[in-house]
Every structure is written in C-alpha cells, then in structure tokens.
Design a protein around this ligand. Sequence first.
Ligand code: NAD
Ligand code: TYD
Length: 342
Amino acid sequence: MDKTVQKQFKRVVVTGGAGFIGANYVHYALSAHPDWQIVVLDKLTYAGNLENLEAVLHRIEFIQGDIANPADARKALQGADAVLNFAAESHVDRSLLDARAFVRTNIEGTLVLLEAARQAGVRRFLQVSTDEVYGDLSGTDRHSLETDPFRPRSPYAASKAGAEHLVLAYGISHGLDVVITRGSNTYGPYQYPEKIIPLFITNALEDKPLPIYGDGSAVRDYMHALDHAAGIDLVLHRGAAGEAYNLGAREQVSGVQVAEAILAALGKPATLKKFVADRPGHDYRYSVDPSKAEALGWVRRYSFSRGLAETIEWYVQNPSWWQRVRAKKEHQSLMQTWYGQR
Ligand code: NAD
Ligand code: TYD
C-alpha cells in the first residue's frame, strides 16, 4: 500500500480491551480518533479489569463475552468495519503450568473471530501478535525480521504462532483483509502484576524479594504500552494487507538490570534481589528489527528510562489498583504454585 494511503474506520471492535495493552490502546484510540465508536469484547478473565477502562466507559460499548464463543463474536462484530484482536492468555509461566486455556483462547478464539469477521464483512482484521513467535535469539546479535521462520518454544508462543497462521490463511483463502503486529515485551500502566516489570515494582513496594530467574542475563526489548498502541494504530491504518510488522523499542535490557533499576528508583536495598530457579525452556534473548513499521511512519516517544520512571510512578500513585489485584485468589495461587518452591 502506498505510504500516503490511509484506511478510515468508524466502528471498531477491540477484543481484550479490558486487559493491559488493549486498555492502553482504547485510551490511545479515543484521543487519536474521537469520532470512533469502540466496542470492547472482553471475557474479564483474571487479567481483565474494568477499572482499566473506568475513565472512558461512558465513551465505549462494553460487551462481556468470549472470543471463542461464536454468538459473542457475532454480537460484537455486528456493523463493525475493523477488529483488533488483543484478547489472549498472555503469560508464559501460566502456559507452562497449564496450556489448555492458551489453545482455546489464542487459537480457537482467533479462528472464531476470523469467521465472524468474514461473515460480518469487516474491512480489516488486525491480529496483535508477539515477537515470541520467532523464538530464542541468544548466542547471536541478530534482530528478527518479519520474513524469519517461526520457532516458538513455549506453549504461549506456540499458541500465538498458531493464531498467526490462521490469520494469514484467512487472508489468502477467504480474501479477508488481515494485518499482524509482532510486538516486543511491553510495560506501562494497568499491567497485571505477573510480568516482570509490574511484579518487581509491586514486590519492591511491599519490601518483598524480586525473583530473578537463573542468572538474570536474559534480555528483552522493552517497549512502552503507548508506543505499542501507536504502532498498532499505524499498522491498522497504513499496513499492507496480508503483511506482518515488528514493533519493538530497539532496547536490550536484562532481568538483573530491570531489578536494579526498579530498586534504585524506589530507594529499596539491593538485598531484595533474589536469584531463583530458572524458567524451564527460558528464551534468553528476543530482539526485533522494527524498520518495516518505522518506514510506515511509526515514531516512539518513550526511552526505557523515561517509560520505566513513569510506570513506577503510576504504580506508586495507584496502590488501590494493584493491591486489589494482588489480593485476589488468582494472583495468590500463581505466587504460591509458581514461586513457592523456587
Ligand atoms: P492481558 O493478559 O493483560 O489481557 C488479556 C485480555 O484479554 C484480558 O482483558 C482478558 O480478560 C481478555 N481475554 C482473555 N481471554 C479472552 C477470551 N477468550 N475472550 C475475550 N477476552 C479474553 O494481555 P496483554 O499483555 O494486554 O496482551 C494483549 C495482547 O498483546 C495479547 O494478544 C498478547 O499476546 C499480545 N502481546 C503482549 C505483550 C506483552 O508484553 N504483554 C507483548 C507483545 C504482544
Ligand atoms: P515476562 O515478563 O514473563 O515476559 P516474557 O517471558 O513473555 O518475555 O518475563 C520477562 C523476562 O523476565 C524473562 O527473561 C523472564 C524474566 N522474569 C524473571 O526473571 N522473574 C520473574 O518473576 C518473571 C515473571 C520474569
């Protein structure tokens, strides 16, 4: 597609909009496209939280439902001209404990949504995917390109890779207009405190140890949620049908560096760092080359240091949000089952 050609949408369905990146996208989209009608379809699993949308609930339509349920998908997509599929089971460690929900939501749910999109005649389907489909780059200084083969290594990554294959197949077999984003590790406000950054910030705020897997040298390319949202929005409007776009921040930050930066920012002692048993099958390096999205005009606003400082401040300012989440059974049980023996 020509760089100057921009698709226009009016009624847009955001699945998983009550989760972390989905909610950040809804906030971003409402300010970038104030005339949009946004429908959020979200099952409100342990990771979904209507508080994430509290400030904008009067401006959107919210449907509590399951993307893997055809009736829910059909209802949400009625009259829609675009769908952005954020809904997923998203945590690698949970996929190691039990992968069934990952297959059901990430693969079957994507299939149900694609079918509903085809029947509703939507003009564009955007699949929010991940750089984890490329697998581990450790031992190399390469950056994954969109043309690289998939080598997923965790059940989570495998389920996201499976979903992508279905999305691309629907583009080819049924002529559905599909685009895919492959985002890197994301952080920012409203992130459920199981991923490393919000887990470490909230543990540090409670003077609890920060569990660093293995030797803490695994690196990730951390990207702020609003930069991720802007990249997704750009691909929705300007991406070429049938294409995938990497979104990453060109950062390489290790687990130890994350822990040390958070402890330093909060004035907590280095003794809170705790090296624990490694994650099985731990991918030690992800890194994407985001040139293709940059060529569409994607510009990031956050460096890791600024983004992390603002994110820490958000958790400091919103203790009731994360204290409520951490008090719930789903969180306590992950802490017990996953970290109890480490
Ligand atoms: P999250 O776990 O915070 O939120 C997921 C949301 O999806 C929740 O609101 C949940 O209620 C909803 N959901 C789950 N199953 C559902 C179902 N069957 N039907 C409807 N809604 C359902 O996830 P996130 O971190 O915001 O990730 C959003 C998307 O971005 C996912 O597709 C994920 O694979 C992808 N992604 C995440 C990251 C990251 O670092 N978090 C990086 C790259 C890509
Ligand atoms: P995570 O936030 O779970 O994202 P992903 O595995 O999807 O990339 O983990 C990011 C990195 O942090 C990864 O190298 C594993 C590491 N990590 C820890 O060291 N301790 C933890 O408690 C968690 C959750 C992650």
